[in-house]
Design a protein around this ligand. Structure first.
Ligand code: NAD
Ligand code: USQ
Length: 408
C-alpha cells in the first residue's frame, strides 16, 4: 500500500460539492484515487457561466459523464454524480445526504470570481443568493440529517483583507487582550476581523459567521480553509488522460492573475498588470490544494472543537514580481493597465501557514512549476485562445476604467 493509500478503516464516504469545478474536479479524483468513496454534487453552473460570458477554458474540458467514464476506465474506481443546485434545491440536497450518508462533505460550490460578482446588480445579487444559500443549506441539511458529518469548506485569504501592519496573519483567530471591569487584563482569541474587497469576498466573510453559529449551536464539525490564489492546471490524476484535463480560466472575469500572465505571455498578448502591480497576494499550486483537502479530512476536529481554520497558501508574491518572472521565462512584454478594482495599490502580506506544514504539506514552488505550466498547458492549447476575452472589463465602481492594454 502506498503512503497515500487509504486503508479500509480510514476509507470515507465523501460528498464533493462543486466537484466539476477547477478545484473540485482534481480534488474528487485525488480522494477517489487514494481509496475514498466519492460522490459529486454540482449544478454545472460554472459551465453555464462560460456560455453566458462566451468564454471557454483554455484546456478542452469534457462533459461530466465523459469525465466520470474515463476515470472508471483508467482507475477502475467509480464516482457518482448528482446534478443538484444546492442553493435552491434544499430537499434534493438533503435527500442525497440522507441516501449517501457521508462522513465528510467538501464544499467548493460557490460563485468564486470577484470580477464576475462586481459586473452588475444582477451579478452581485446572484453571487450573494447563490453563495449564502448554498452554505446555509449545507449546514442546515447536515443538522437535519442527524449525521455526524465533517464539513470542509473552501474559504479565501481575502476575508482578512490584505494589509496587516507588519504582523503575520494568524490562522483564523486573533489574540487580543481585553481589560475587565475590575481592571484585570485577560487574553482572548477572536475571529480575525474581516475586510472583504468584493461582493464575492463578502459572501466568504459571511460564510464564516454561519460556521461559527452552527458550530456553537449544533456542534457541527467544521474546517474552513482560507485559500490563496490557486495557480497551475493539472494534478497527478488529471494528467492521466486528456479526458480528465482540468479547466484553465484566462478570461477577464475568471482567470486568476498568475494563470492569466502565463497564458498571455504564451500567446504573445501583453501581461496585464493592474496599476503598479504592488498588490501582494498569497498563492498555492493546484496539486497542493488537493493535498491540503486530504490533510484537512485526515485531521478532523472533534465535536468539542471550535471551527478549525487553516491558511491554505504556500507563498506570497507581488503582482509585478510575478509579471517580471513570467516575462523573463517567456520573453513576454508587460503592460501596466488601469486597475479596474478598488484595492490598495501597494500592500505587504505576511501569513502564517504552520498548520498544514506541520501536518506534512510539501509545497510546490513557483520555481519548480512555472516553466512546466507554460509548456504543458499555456503553449499546448494556445490555438484555443480568444483574445477578445482577455481584458478585465468588470469595474468595481462606475467611474473606473477596464484593464485593457493597447494592443497593436
Ligand atoms: P469553480 O467555479 O471552478 O467551481 C465551483 C463549482 O461549484 C462549479 O463546478 C459550479 O458549477 C459549482 N456550483 C456553484 N454554485 C453551485 C450551486 N448552487 N449548486 C451546485 N453547484 C454549484 O471555482 P473553483 O476555482 O474550483 O473554486 C472552488 C472554491 O474554492 C470556491 O468556493 C472558491 O471560493 C474557493 N477558492 C478558489 C480559489 C481559486 O483561485 N480558484 C482560491 C481560493 C478559494
Ligand atoms: N490582477 C492583475 N492583472 C490581471 C488580473 C489580476 O494585476 O490580469 C491583480 C488584481 O488586481 C489583484 C490580484 O491580481 O490585485 C489578484 O487577482 P485574482 O483575480 O488573481 O484574484 P482574486 O480576485 O483575489 O480571486 C482569486 C479567486 C477567488 C479566491 C481568491 C483568493 O478567483 O476565488 O478567493 O483568489 S485571495 O486572493 O487570496 O483572496
Amino acid at each position: 500500500m502506498s503512503v497515500n493509500q487509504t486503508n479500509d478503516k480510514a476509507k470515507k464516504k465523501i460528498i464533493v460539492l462543486g466537484g466539476d469545478g477547477f478545484c473540485g474536479w482534481p480534488t474528487s479524483l485525488h480522494l477517489s484515487q487514494i481509496g475514498h468513496d466519492v460522490v459529486i454534487i454540482d449544478n454545472l453552473s460554472r459551465r453555464n457561466i462560460d456560455n453566458e460570458l462566451e468564454a471557454e477554458s483554455l484546456t478542452p474540458i469534457q462533459p461530466m459523464h465523459t469525465r466520470l467514464h474515463a476515470w472508471k476506465e483508467i482507475s477502475g474506481k467509480e464516482i457518482t454524480f448528482h446534478n443538484v443546485n444546492i442553493a435552491s434545491e434544499y430537499d434534493q440536497l438533503l435527500q442525497v445526504i440522507k441516501q449517501e450518508q457521508p462522513d465528510v462533505i467538501v464544499h467548493f460550490a460557490e460563485q468564486r470570481s470577484a470580477p464576475y460578482s462586481m459586473k452588475s446588480p444582477k451579478h452581485k445579487r446572484y453571487t450573494v443568493n447563490n453563495n449564502m444559500n448554498a452554505t446555509h443549506n449545507v449546514l442546515c441539511a447536515i443538522v437535519e440529517s442527524e449525521l455526524d458529518i465533517h464539513l470542509v469548506h473552501l474559504g479565501t485569504m481575502g476575508v482578512y483583507g490584505y494589509g496587516t501592519a507588519g504582523m503575520k496573519i494568524p490562522e483564523g483567530y486573533l489574540d487580543v487582550e481585553v481589560t475587565t471591569e475590575k481592571g484585570d487584563r485577560v487574553q482572548q482569541q477572536m475571529l480575525y476581523p474581516t475586510n472583504p474587497g468584493s461582493v464575492y469576498h463578502m459572501t466568504k466573510s459571511q460564510d464564516q459567521l454561519l460556521f461559527q453559529y452552527y458550530n456553537k449551536n449544533d456542534r457541527v464539525r467544521i474546517t474552513d480553509l482560507h485559500q490563496g490564489i490557486v495557480w497551475g492546471t493539472n494534478t497527478k490524476e488529471t494528467n492521466l488522460d486528456d479526458r480528465l484535463l482540468n479547466r484553465f480560466d484566462y478570461d477577464g472575469d475568471y482567470g486568476t492573475v498568475l494563470n492569466r500572465f502565463l497564458m498571455q505571455a504564451s500567446v504573445g498578448y501583453p501581461i496585464t498588470v493592474h496599476g503598479t502591480g504592488g498588490q501582494t497576494r498569497a498563492f498555492i499550486h493546484i496539486q497542493d490544494t488537493v493535498r491540503c483537502i486530504q490533510l484537512a479530512i485526515e485531521n478532523a476536529p472533534t465535536k468539542d472543537d471550535r471551527v478549525m481554520i487553516f491558511n491554505q497558501m504556500t507563498e506570497t508574491h507581488r503582482v509585478v514580481d510575478l509579471a517580471k518572472l513570467v516575462s523573463e521565462i517567456t520573453g513576454g512584454e508587460i503592460a501596466y493597465v488601469s486597475n479596474p478594482r478598488k484595492e490598495a495599490a501597494e500592500n505587504e502580506l505576511h501569513v502564517k501557514n504552520d498548520l498544514f506544514l506541520s501536518k506534512g504539506l510539501e509545497p510546490t514552488t513557483l520555481n519548480e512549476g512555472l516553466l512546466q505550466e507554460v509548456s504543458e498547458v499555456a503553449k499546448r492549447f494556445r490555438e484555443r485562445a480568444d483574445y477578445d476575452k482577455i481584458p478585465a472589463t468588470s469595474t468595481w465602481t462606475r467611474d473606473q476604467k477596464p484593464g485593457v492594454p493597447e494592443v497593436n
